[in-house]
Design a protein around this ligand. Sequence first.
Ligand code: MTE
Ligand code: MO
Length: 155
Amino acid sequence: MLGVLSVGVVSNPTAAASVPKHARSLDLPLDTETLAALPQSTMRAQIHGHTIECSGVTLVDLLRHLKVLPVDGKPDAAVLDQYLLVQARDGYRVVFAVAELDPATGDRPVLLANQCQGKALDDAEGPLRLLVPDDRRAARSVRQISRIQLLDAPD
Ligand SMILES: Nc1nc2c(c(=O)[nH]1)N[C@H]1C(S)=C(S)[C@@H](COP(=O)(O)O)O[C@H]1N2
Ligand SMILES: [Mo]
């Protein structure tokens, strides 16, 4: 794909304007101070048949803090092509549409957890992980989170 794209750009200068680009890219703050200042929530989810209970901050509250989502009501239509890319230290990556999380649209709860079963998370799991209780399998319950970016879908 990239090869095809660069050929197009070289042969047709006007195509340069349509090179996929992320008009908006924002790293979500994941530091302890920011997260501790936000509302704390608890969620329970099944992972491989056993239930874990974790606490932390919902992705919605983090997006509200950043003014990506409103505290109440419908978000701006601009969020409809935005998504979060969640990356882990082991290279695992998953995405969530902002609209999927937005309480006025998809309303899928996702917790950014710093504690499970009443304890801080060890290096294999944390210090931060996701919990996605309504997913049918735990594949997006990312452990070892290193980065969460807010991105615009490419042109
Ligand atoms: N960083 C990272 N997170 C991950 C995975 C992974 O390979 N790496 N696997 C996912 C899958 S497929 C599942 S089922 C759950 C398993 O969670 P557990 O290790 O807490 O049981 O983690 C998810 N989160
Ligand atoms: Mo899994």
